[in-house]
Design a protein around this ligand. Sequence first.
Ligand code: ZN
Ligand code: ZN
Length: 99
Amino acid sequence: MTSLVHQRCSNHPAREAVVRCPECRRFFCRECVTEHSGRMMCASCVSRLAAGAGLQAGRSPGALWVGLALGGLLVAWLVFYYLGMALARIPSEFHGGPA
Ligand SMILES: [Zn+2]
Ligand SMILES: [Zn+2]
């Protein structure tokens, strides 16, 4: 039962295709396409183009920033952890003890 009138989504055979990707020439349903520079493309073509653009840019500091953020979080956690330990070790007479 092949329908020649209605194209089916390449990812969802049960769904009717509404968009044809201009890059790979395949048909997709609405959920499988996203707008990329004014054109409706499938997710794989968008990611492929985005990866190509990132490679052309040469330097994509995404991983570097993620590492820096994680390092900063770790440092902050260590600082607060040892600060808490130091505060817990302060003897009670430090607070309002005899002068
Ligand atoms: Zn495509
Ligand atoms: Zn689909």
